[in-house]
Design a binder for this molecule. Structure first.
Ligand SMILES: [Zn+2]
Length: 148
């Protein structure tokens, strides 16, 4: 059975991508043995496909470069934004604890101990401590960025 080059040309993309049936593969193989035109066509697929792919990869890397820089900056900003948030919340918590301490009924027992219902003072100190840590981390982060 003689198969025309047009039929083979229809099958070549499938043959090239190795997704045609075994029968089609045999047909194309048989045709390629004695048809230089179709052989050239298949070669063209190889160079087009591989060359195109490589070009795409380098183009993609070039396109991704600004995005990478952006994502790096974003990650850095996220760190400092997190520290800013923590320091804001902790200073707010500390202030609220001091206000609550003053508002709630606190008294000194006859034996000299401070009687406090909710432990606002230690909480206020804890928040203040967290605040100092986060603010100094922010400062260190800023210094690191300055000298980078
Ligand atoms: Zn042919």
């Amino acid at each position: 059975m003689k198969i025309s080059c047009n039929v083979i040309k229809d099958l070549l993309p499938l043959y090239h991508d190795d997704i045609c049936s075994e029968d089609s593969r045999l047909l194309v193989d048989e045709h390629l043995k004695h048809c230089e035109v179709c052989k050239q066509e298949l070669k063209q697929y190889d160079t087009d496909f591989n060359g195109g792919l490589q070009m795409n990869t380098t183009a993609n890397i070039d396109e991704a470069r600004p995005l990478l820089a952006l994502s790096k900056a974003w990650k850095r900003d996220r760190k400092s934004a997190f520290l800013k948030g923590v320091s804001l919340i902790s200073i707010l918590g500390s202030t609220l604890c001091i206000i609550a301490y003053n508002a709630s009924g606190v008294y000194v027992a006859p034996d000299g101990t401070l009687v406090e219902a909710f432990g606002f003072i230690p909480l206020a100190f804890l928040f203040a401590f967290i605040f100092m840590i986060s603010v100094s981390s922010l400062g260190v982060l800023g210094l690191i960025r300055k000298f980078k």
